[in-house]
Write a protein that binds this ligand. Structure first.
Ligand SMILES: *[C@@H]1O[C@H](CO)[C@@H](O)[C@H](O)[C@H]1NC(C)=O
Ligand SMILES: *[C@@H]1O[C@H](CO)[C@@H](O)[C@H](O)[C@H]1NC(C)=O
Ligand SMILES: *[C@@H]1O[C@H](CO)[C@@H](O)[C@H](O)[C@H]1NC(C)=O
Ligand SMILES: *[C@@H]1O[C@H](CO)[C@@H](O)[C@H](O)[C@H]1NC(C)=O
Length: 692
């Protein structure tokens, strides 16, 4: 095809010179055009890289914007990544495991994409198979035996309410709720995929025409929607970019298709509600004129962060708090490390690109990192100076987690690394090939025993061919024998006695499809009044308990990774608590009530002794200890801390108070350095305070 076309073009050109071209001439010309085409394809690939690089430094991996349906005279009357709901969260609690989530624009490692209306399900990667995109339902938590053992429905209701009261107050003295309220982390995973030949050569094969047109079709529809500014009625179009991922030796472009999915993972880490702290979002609060207490407690637009170590001061508003500090490897990393990439839970992989094996950051002894699970930090042995290097994934991206796979359905990048052997002085080359997927956390959802609790023993149809029986004969869930549903199914998941909740559903939204109370015929033909048992953002008011938050959005925002946002947050913190940050003002603002002394204490700055060992050359390291770490030291505890990286390495120190100094902190004792008695490069075993 292409050759014929080229001949045509050449024919035209050659007519002018009125010479008959020889085969050699034509071959030369074809070679030339092929080279030009290869060069152009490569330039297009680099153009995509250029765009990604620009986005990577403008912000981090995170969510960016939802579809705006609002308006007004202030810019913050328009939605950001939050409107009434963060990422347009809503409820489909009449489904057994559907989580209502609208459309949004997100960024993963510099790739911006737009999702369709998400409404994902509580599913996890396969626990038994590494097959591509194989998933399974997350098991629902059990119903506490003390509920099941009660004789009447009313008694079961009262007992179940006690479990919700215990969960809501995080009080195991009321009931040990922990085995029955299980948190899952739902996350967005994205990757450049190459799953069929069709995508490599999109329009050249009849056999693969249909697959190709489906991507093509999607692109055309998105282009049309974007050009006209209109909305797809059903919100089922997503914008997923296509890229040239490589150009072969012969100049052929290799295409890759961006794709994403949302899955959930049952958290193993012992997470508590106190570990979740609300994030102030001034534009959303101003939009809806809510103070912080109201916003955090009652708003679907609220977002949370996970305590780096452990949260405290839990209030029955559903969240806790923690003191902000500089920290690297935090609770969220531990949880993300539990989540596999596309090889699913059996996944096992490693990455030794450039001869540097990636090791776990959370273990002192070099321990190979399983890169088939999501990670944000790793540790390599510095081959030159033997020291350790802690590495953060991404150049400046604060919230990029990545995992690797060998699955050819994920696009590969490769690099040829040639180095000279220090002994033989011979050049040796090695090709490293890596296939990466990327992920960010989206929300934490507490699975509850309501999912399985069926005290009326209502029939649950699980066979798809039988779902219609629930609604046959125009049954719509009315509370009469004629209109009540005849049994339940995954899409009519009404099992909870309505007396369990008090009043209507909390915070109804146009997208909430659940009805407050429906009638369902039990197996004796009696109408039972029941409520939806699927997943809500907040439960309705439960007597003696109140409404209970079930979903905690925790997604990072793309903009948070950019410099303007960082300044804005600093300004926000200062302005929102001028007393606390009075020291930040050159001219103190006149604040009624005067300044208080509860300001955030700066970190205490220490330095190591200077070493003159060469390698690595003369240097000192800085160590910064937080107020809490200082308090711990004063109480006789040992504290682990990383030094700064100097001369190509850093140290992991275990520190205590120097017993000879009787409580003074101008000098501290290093008890171990990288797990050894002394630092390998001979810093002495003291840290010295440095007044900045
Ligand atoms: C789009 O979504 C609607 C309902 O949400 C559905 O009926 C329709 O089949 C979908 N269209 C495509 C092309 O997926
Ligand atoms: C990309 O193409 C180059 C040739 O231009 C080739 O050497 C390399 O192996 C390819 N990379 C991958 C991951 O296929
Ligand atoms: C926050 O707003 C709620 C009602 O919207 C009000 O009851 C509460 O007192 C307010 N809190 C503060 C600290 O102003
Ligand atoms: C409800 O469904 C069951 C099982 O299919 C059936 O035996 C029963 O007659 C139905 N009840 C009514 C009132 O239609």
């Amino acid at each position: 095809m292409r050759l014929l076309f080229l001949l045509g073009v050449l024919g035209g050109a050659i007519m002018v010179t009125s010479q008959t071209p020889t085969v050699a001439d034509l071959q030369k010309e074809v070679d030339h055009l092929q080279q030009t085409l290869g060069g152009l394809s490569r330039q297009m690939m680099l153009q995509q890289l250029f765009v990604e690089e620009r986005i990577r430094s403008d912000g981090g991996s995170g969510v960016k914007q939802i579809r705006n349906n609002a308006g007004g005279s202030k810019t913050y009357y328009h939605d950001t990544f939050a409107g009434r709901g963060f990422l347009s969260v809503h409820e489909h609690s009449n489904y057994d495991r559907t989580i209502g989530l609208g459309e949004f624009i997100g960024v993963l490692n510099g790739v911006e994409f737009r999702t369709r209306h998400n409404d994902y399900k509580l599913k996890r990667p396969s626990t038994t198979s590494s097959d591509y995109h194989k998933t399974e339902d997350i098991p629902f938590p059990d119903v506490p035996p003390s509920v099941l053992n009660k004789k009447t429905v009313a008694e079961q209701v009262t007992e179940m309410q006690e479990y919700f009261r215990a969960f809501h107050n995080q009080d195991i003295k009321i009931r040990d709720y922990r085995p029955y309220f299980k948190p899952v982390l739902c996350y967005v995973e994205g990757a450049w995929t190459t799953n069929t030949k069709t995508l490599d050569e999109p329009f050249q094969s009849d056999r693969h025409f249909i697959d190709a047109t489906s991507w093509f079709d999607l692109q055309e529809k998105i282009r049309f929607m974007s050009a006209t500014g209109s909305k797809n009625q059903f919100e089922n179009l997503s914008y997923l970019p296509t890229t040239i991922i490589n150009v072969t030796e012969s100049g052929e472009p290799v295409y890759a298709q961006w794709n994403y999915r949302i899955l959930c993972h049952p958290i193993k880490y012992n997470l508590k509600l106190a570990d979740l702290k609300p994030v102030d979002d001034l534009s959303t609060r101003m939009n809806f004129m809510q103070n912080m207490t109201k916003f955090a407690r009652d708003s679907k637009g609220a977002r949370f962060t996970v305590a780096p170590t452990s949260g405290n001061h839990y209030t029955s508003d559903g969240y806790g708090t923690y003191t902000d500090s500089h920290q690297t490897h935090v609770t969220l990393d531990k949880i993300m490390n539990e989540i596999p990439g596309v090889d699913n839970y059996p996944g096992k992989d490693s990455d030794d690109s450039f001869g540097l094996m990636k090791n776990r950051i959370d273990i002192k002894e070099p321990t190979q990192l399983n890169t088939a699970y999501y990670y944000r930090h790793y540790k390599v042995q510095n081959p030159g100076a033997m020291g350790l290097l802690n590495r953060h994934v991404g150049y400046s991206d604060p919230t990029l987690w990545t995992a690797t796979t060998k699955n050819p359905k994920v696009a590969a990048v490769s690099v040829n690394d040639c180095t000279r052997d220090p002994k033989t002085h011979k050049m040796g080359c090695k090709i490293y090939t890596v296939r990466s997927t990327y992920a960010i956390p989206l929300e934490i959802i507490w699975m509850t025993p309501l999912s399985k609790w069926n005290p009326h023993n209502l029939k649950l149809y699980t066979n798809r061919n039988e779902f219609h029986k629930v609604t046959d004969g125009g049954r719509n869930g009315g509370v009469t024998a004629a209109k009540a549903f005849n049994g339940t199914s995954f899409a009519n998941y009404y099992l909870t006695p309505s007396i369990f909740f008090h009043g209507g559903e909390a915070n109804r939204d146009p997208a909430d499809t659940a009805k407050d109370v429906v009638g369902v015929l039990d197996q004796h033909g009696q109408v039972q009044r029941v409520s939806a048992s699927g997943y809500r953002i907040f439960t309705p008011e439960i007597p003696n308990v109140g409404k209970v938050r079930i979903r905690y959005p925790i997604a990072p925002a793309h903009q948070e990774g950019g410099v303007p946002w960082k300044n804005l947050m600093a300004l926000q913190d200062i302005v929102m608590d001028m007393k606390k940050y009075e020291k930040m003002f050159e001219a103190a603002p006149a604040i009624s009530g005067g300044a208080s002394s509860n300001g955030h204490k700066p970190d205490t700055h220490y330095i190591t002794s200077t070493t003159h060992d060469d390698p690595p050359g003369m240097h000192v390291h800085d160590v910064y200890l937080t107020e809490e770490e200082m308090t711990a030291l004063k109480h006789g505890a040992t504290v682990s801390a990383y030094t700064t990286e100097d001369n190509g390495h850093q140290h992991e120190l275990v520190i205590t108070m120097d017993p000879h100094l009787q409580g003074r902190t101008n000098r501290l004792k290093i008890t171990t350095c990288d797990g050894l008695r002394n630092c390998w490069d001979h810093h002495n075993n003291a840290l010295y305070v440095k007044t900045d």
